[in-house]
Each structure stands twice: as structure tokens, then as C-alpha cells.
Design a binder for this molecule. Structure first.
Ligand code: ADP
Length: 335
């Protein structure tokens, strides 16, 4: 893999606190990397150090082969986008998006054409003359994205770009963000605490805890094989089975037994074809499906799902199909 952005053993210290601890990362051109971790794990600090906003206390940040140590932030050719798009309130949408182009003395007709193209790309054609105060949170973030892309940055750095939005909007905007980054061929690094967002937007993922990257790679690989139970839980797996419970579940899922198993909330589905049997201990109705708790003998209490029209009641025994694609294997070293 030829990396465009490459970090080697990068550390950032604030006095005695090591906010970023010997992080190495590689991001190929045209790909999107999500750095996923809980609040306070050091992801923003890492992003800021790549931008040149935070001095690196050890290690190297290279872009396109060049060590960026001596290169000032504004000379890196990177763009940044934050949680609150930080639009200029007194400028129209079009003037916000074209701001950096005007600074570079791009001819007005070229700016206008480029702004129109960008607004189309982010789904805001027709919004050129609106003022930021009249926009929804999602629309503001789209404008911020268009503004960040205007100068065709060599690298786009996104700091929790969707976290200020409500859940439903976050998901649809995440899908749009994924499309926009692909269509524009943008190389991007996004930090987020939201595993769904990371999964939707990114090609690659790096999981970060306490300043360290504990796992990184293509998203499907990380999802299918988290390095340990803590990482699995952070990736949204609802529980981790060990020992006998893991062995029984592996057999039911048609997998080779071995190691621990992490299960998503929807890994077990009520289905007459199921070979596993569980006793329902709780039923919760959601708009799309029923979420259940089931007691499976020899395995324990697990999450399961059923179709909305399934007739299941607490105390009943139900057949369960195990969705192997919703189970991840964790190496045994964690046991
Ligand atoms: P995240 O983005 O994952 O929430 P941050 O990178 O913001 O985490 O912070 C990582 C750690 O560094 C935290 O303990 C935070 O309090 C600390 N930190 C961040 N910025 C500074 C700063 N400018 N001065 C001192 N400590 C900081």
C-alpha cells in the first residue's frame, strides 16, 4: 500500500499528559480513514497535529513522502472541517463556499462556476443566496463541507463533522458525506466517537484508546476481527462470549470454534429454521423490528431480533437463527 499520509510513532504531550502516544498510521490517496475512539482518547489532538496546529513531541508526519515538520499549517494544502461548520454568519452560502477561492484571486466567473458545482455536489443547488442563520444544522454542515472542498485540498481533516446533528440526520448526512468524498476523489481523515458514522463514511479505520491506536485496517477486516473485547464493544458489538458459551455459539453459527465471539444486537433472529432455542425474557417494539432478550441454555442472556409481525411473548421459547455476518471473532489472547 503506497500511503499518501503516513505517521510514524507520533506523540503529542501536554506537559506530563501524553495525549497521543506513539501513533503510526497510513492512508492511501483517495481513501477515507476514520479514527474512532471515545471522548478524550486524543483523536482531535492527533488531527490537529497532522494539520500542524499542535507541535509533535516525537515521531514524523509525512505527506506524499515529505516530512511536514517544518511546514506551517497554511502551507500544507489541507482543509479542516469541524463539528460546528464555523460559517461566516455575514456571508451568503455562495460567498462562504467561494471564500478561499476569492482570497486566491481566482476570477469571479470561475469562482461562480466552481461554487455552483460544489453546491450541486453537496445537494444544495439553489441555496447560493441564503444566509447561514436561515439554514438547518445539516445544511450548514453541507455548506462547510463545500467550502472545505473548494480549494481541492490535498487532505481533508474532519473533526466530528456530524456530532452536532440529531441521530436521524446524522445517518443520512453520513451517507451523503461518503458519496461526496468518493465523487470528489478526496483523501480524508475523520475523527469520530460514533462507530456507525465511521462504518458508513470510511474505507479504513483506526481505533484509538488512551492516546494509542490499538487496531487499524480496512473497515471490513476490523469489524470482522476486533483485537479485543473492549474494541469489539466500542465497535458496537453488544456482548462478548467466552469459553463454552463461545464454542456453543460458534457451532450454532456454523463457524469453527476458537477464540471469543462478539455478537451484534441483531446476531440472533427469531426464525422457524433456527436450530438454537431461547426463552424470551423481554420484548421491546421499535418502528422497524422487535428487540428481544433471550436466555439460551449454556450460553446466557443475549440480544435477539424478530420481525414486527412475529408473535413473541415473554416466557415463550423461540427458535433462533444465528447470522454469522453479525458475529466477530476475537483472538484468544484476550481471554
Ligand atoms: P478527543 O478528541 O479524543 O476527545 P482530545 O485530543 O481533545 O481528545 O484530548 C486528549 C487529551 O488531551 C485529553 O485528556 C484532553 O484533556 C487533553 N488536551 C487536549 N487539548 C489540550 C490542551 N490544549 N492542553 C492540555 N491538555 C489538552
Amino acid at each position: 500500500m503506497a500511503a499518501l499520509l503516513s505517521l510514524r510513532d507520533v506523540s503529542v504531550r501536554y506537559g506530563d499528559l501524553v495525549a497521543v502516544d506513539s501513533v503510526s498510521l497510513d492512508l492511501p490517496g483517495g481513501e477515507v480513514l476514520a479514527v474512532l475512539g471515545p471522548s478524550g482518547c486524543g483523536k482531535s489532538t492527533l488531527l490537529r497535529s497532522i494539520a500542524g496546529l499542535e507541535p509533535v513531541s516525537a515521531g514524523t508526519v509525512r505527506f506524499d513522502g515529505e516530512d511536514l515538520a517544518g511546514r506551517a499549517t497554511h502551507r500544507r494544502g489541507f482543509a479542516l472541517m469541524f463539528q460546528d461548520g464555523q460559517l461566516f454568519a455575514h456571508l451568503s452560502v455562495a460567498r462562504n463556499v467561494g471564500y478561499a477561492l476569492r482570497l486566491r484571486r481566482v476570477p469571479p466567473a470561475t469562482v461562480a462556476a466552481r461554487v455552483a458545482e460544489l453546491l450541486e455536489l453537496v445537494g444544495l443547488a439553489g441555496y447560493a443566496d441564503r444566509m447561514p442563520a436561515t439554514l438547518s444544522g445539516g445544511e450548514r454542515q453541507r455548506v462547510a463541507l463545500a467550502r472545505a472542498l473548494a480549494v481541492q485540498p490535498r487532505l481533508l481533516l474532519l473533526d466530528e463533522p456530524l456530532s452536532a446533528l440529531d441521530a436521524a440526520l446524522r445517518e443520512s448526512l453520513a451517507a451523503d458525506l461518503a458519496r461526496i468524498l468518493r465523487e470528489s476523489g478526496t483523501t480524508a481523515l475523520m475523527v469520530t466517537h460514533d462507530h456507525d458514522e465511521a462504518f458508513i463514511v470510511a474505507d479504513r479505520i483506526a481505533v484509538m484508546f488512551s492516546g494509542r491506536v490499538v487496531q487499524q485496517g480496512p473497515i471490513s477486516g476490523v469489524w470482522a476481527e476486533p483485537v479485543d473485547a473492549v474494541t469489539a464493544e466500542f465497535l458496537g458489538y453488544a456482548g462478548v462470549l467466552r469459553d463454552d458459551a463461545a464454542r456453543r455459539m460458534a457451532v450454532a453459527a456454523g463457524l469453527e470454534p476458537g477464540g471469543l465471539l462478539a455478537l451484534r444486537r441483531s446476531a440472533l433472529v427469531v426464525d422457524p429454521a433456527g436450530r438454537l432455542t431461547g426463552t424470551v425474557t423481554a420484548v421491546l417494539s421499535t418502528p422497524e423490528l422487535l428487540r428481544l432478550q433471550v436466555d439460551v441454555p449454556g450460553v446466557g442472556r443475549l440480544h435477539a431480533v424478530a420481525r414486527l409481525d412475529a408473535r413473541v411473548a415473554v416466557g415463550e421459547q423461540v427458535p433462533l437463527v444465528v447470522e454469522a455476518s453479525r458475529i466477530a471473532r476475537i483472538p484468544d489472547s484476550d481471554a
